[in-house]
Ligand binder design. Structure first.
Ligand code: ADP
Ligand code: MG
Length: 337
């Protein structure tokens, strides 16, 4: 008899959780991305103690029927990709089918969901279903994750202060709101509202909600197009800068990403206008055929590989440079007259 055995599902879910569920913000990310993928127009996030005590996400999306609700906690269960072909044309935020199984395995979870025709209410502990009963018919999903890491004390020990954990979630919610101005978001912490957007599709309203009306008013819009990519967004003029690159938000087909060379292209567009070690506030939306973008680099999907990168970098640098130049040039010409 050999020694090798296939590990049981709960154990493998807990191992996967180590990758997907790093901290409360990672749970919020997965739950809110699911709500976005479900076509929600309104998403509310309620946190207690930065999410360490409880994270509740309520959406008005498609909801699930009973069978899907039960399936959603199985590893590799997804409604989003079915064939290898789909993997190279991903349009949804999720696709690994791992998040709910992983999160459920390290928390206590309540799922109340309805597709408008039937309602389901499930309660789980450590990934095991404890309660399964009919739920209300309100279309959408109401998912609560409480006592995160209750059964993985080693992970719990690594949580930072409430303020640090909350900071991660605020940054995340800001990015999700910016990337989805057509969705009304709310974030509440211990009853206090920290973010609210109106969901009317106006990026400047979201910028005002995040950076303040004063800064949002100082941002100018830009847009450009090359053979394979379209870009648009808002940028502050050199008079409003920040000491960190974190105020440069990049979205590729709606997904927030980190991309060093894109950030560099933005900074290069400012040329000498930007003080040393200072960066603009920017939101940049890049659109292109999903075939050109590979997000399957890391489970958190923050990194991205882009085809035709030089073409895109040139487009970004030139578009932003022209936008800034035009605006800086106009007032100077007015002065001369
Ligand atoms: P993935 O998002 O990668 O498919 P998840 O584990 O996050 O995997 O979710 C599993 C499945 O559960 C999803 O594919 C989707 O069908 C369903 N689901 C999860 N959250 C929601 C939600 N808020 N509304 C509707 N369906 C959901
Ligand atoms: Mg998901």
């Amino acid at each position: 008899m050999g020694n090798i055995q296939i590990m049981d599902e709960w154990l493998s879910n807990k191992i996967a959780a180590g990758e997907v569920v790093e901290r409360p913000a990672s749970v919020v990310k997965e739950l809110v991305e699911n709500a976005i993928d479900a076509g929600s127009t309104s998403i509310d996030v309620f946190l207690l103690e930065a999410g360490l005590t409880s994270i509740q996400v309520i959406d008005n999306g498609s909801g699930m029927d009973e069978e899907d609700a039960l399936m959603s906690f199985s590893r590799h269960a997804t409604s989003k990709i079915h064939q290898e072909h789909d993997l190279f044309r991903i349009r949804t935020l999720g696709f690994r089918g791992e998040a709910l199984a992983s999160i459920a395995s390290v928390s206590k979870m309540t799922l109340i969901t309805s597709n408008g025709e039937s309602g389901t209410h499930l309660e789980l502990e450590g990934g095991h279903i404890l309660t399964h009963k009919p739920g209300p018919l309100r279309k959408g999903t109401d998912l609560t994750v409480s006592q995160l890491f209750f059964n993985t004390p080693a992970r719990l020990k690594y949580m930072k202060t409430i303020q640090t954990e909350l900071g991660h979630t605020i940054d995340l919610m800001n990015r999700l709101a910016l990337g989805n101005p057509q969705i009304a978001f709310r974030l509440l912490h211990n009853g206090q509202q920290l973010l609210q957007t109106n969901g009317r599709g106006d990026v400047q309203q979201v910028l005002a909600a995040i950076y303040g009306v004063h800064n949002a008013k100082k941002m100018v819009s830009f847009q450009g197009e090359s053979h394979d990519y379209q870009i648009s967004g808002f940028v502050t003029l050199p008079e409003v800068t920040r000491a960190s690159k974190n105020y440069m938000s990049l979205f590729v087909n709606g997904r927030w990403v980190k991309h060093y060379l894109v950030q560099k292209a933005i900074v290069d567009a400012f040329h000498t206008y930007l003080p040393i070690e200072r960066y603009p506030i920017v939101v940049l939306f890049i659109k292109g055929d999903p075939y050109l973008t590979d997000v399957n680099v890391h489970p958190a999907k923050h990194q991205i590989r882009l085809s035709k990168e030089p073409e895109l970098l040139k487009l970004i640098e030139e578009t932003i440079r022209e936008t800034i130049r035009n605006i800086i040039r106009v007032p100077q010409m007015e002065k001369k007259e």
